[in-house]
Design a protein around this ligand. Sequence first.
Ligand code: NAD
Length: 269
Amino acid sequence: MKFFIQSRNDDLSNRLMEKAKKYLVDFGLVLDEENPDIVLSIGGDGTLLHAFHKYKHLTRSVAFVGIHTGHLGFYADWKPAEIEKLVISIAQKEFEVIEYPLLEVTINYRHEEDSSVYLAVNESTVKSPDVTLVMDVELNGKPFERFRGDGLCMSTPSGSTAYNKALGGAIVHPSLEAMQLAEIASINNRVFRTVGSSLVLPKHHTCLLKPVKGPDFMVTIDHLHLLHKDVQSIKYRVADEKIRFARFRSFPFWQRVHDSFIDSDLKND
Ligand code: NAD
């Protein structure tokens, strides 16, 4: 089996990376940055997001596992003290693979035939770089609302506990193949009206954003912030690809939600 280790690049993460690398090579695994079967991310959730984007062309074959060197993460849920146990389990292939849905983002431009297509693990947001964002929102090809405000956030189920949660969106279990549209500070009065609630859309539904004002937009894809010029439309759908995680033990999603937001359980700190 081939592996790669992505570190957040702080002292603790780098020390753990060297330790894990030595153990895995001693167990006969091969370090292969180009084409790994398993990627060990050491740092935080952000480190795992970076690792995913590095290997997004290998979604069908690569599996991720995360160790947190800060607080308990949603993707980085192994403690540094468990590294030996984890490495032995990887070497003995004692894991199953679970898959979480991803978001597909397609950006079309006014004067270009080529579009940009991205995959997001957490979410994609759209904001205007200078003025209030004004976007027509279409669901499955039908006009739904005209949005005015700071921005819009479309999240995956596993991303629903990230930015989406701060926007008052619902937490969605990652076994549901869905995406969630949340508003970022919409302007709502007698003249301007949006639905106000987050919308959870199933697989095969599409959400199209069409600019009403200004052709340039800040579009985020997880941690990536990109300015897109001359945008004609931004389309969201649940992607056909999924992110694969190597699972070595049961740590149910609702337990992670509890431990992260309600009461941290000492065994997972
Ligand atoms: P980062 O790695 O510092 O992440 C920011 C925080 O979000 C960390 O505490 C991380 O643990 C947490 N996080 C990431 N994914 C999560 C998830 N799926 N569930 C629960 N918590 C999660 O910063 P970054 O590298 O820029 O990460 C980008 C992410 O930051 C974005 O995907 C977005 O979700 C999040 N973010 C959150 C807010 C907010 O909550 N107001 C605003 C901007 C971005």
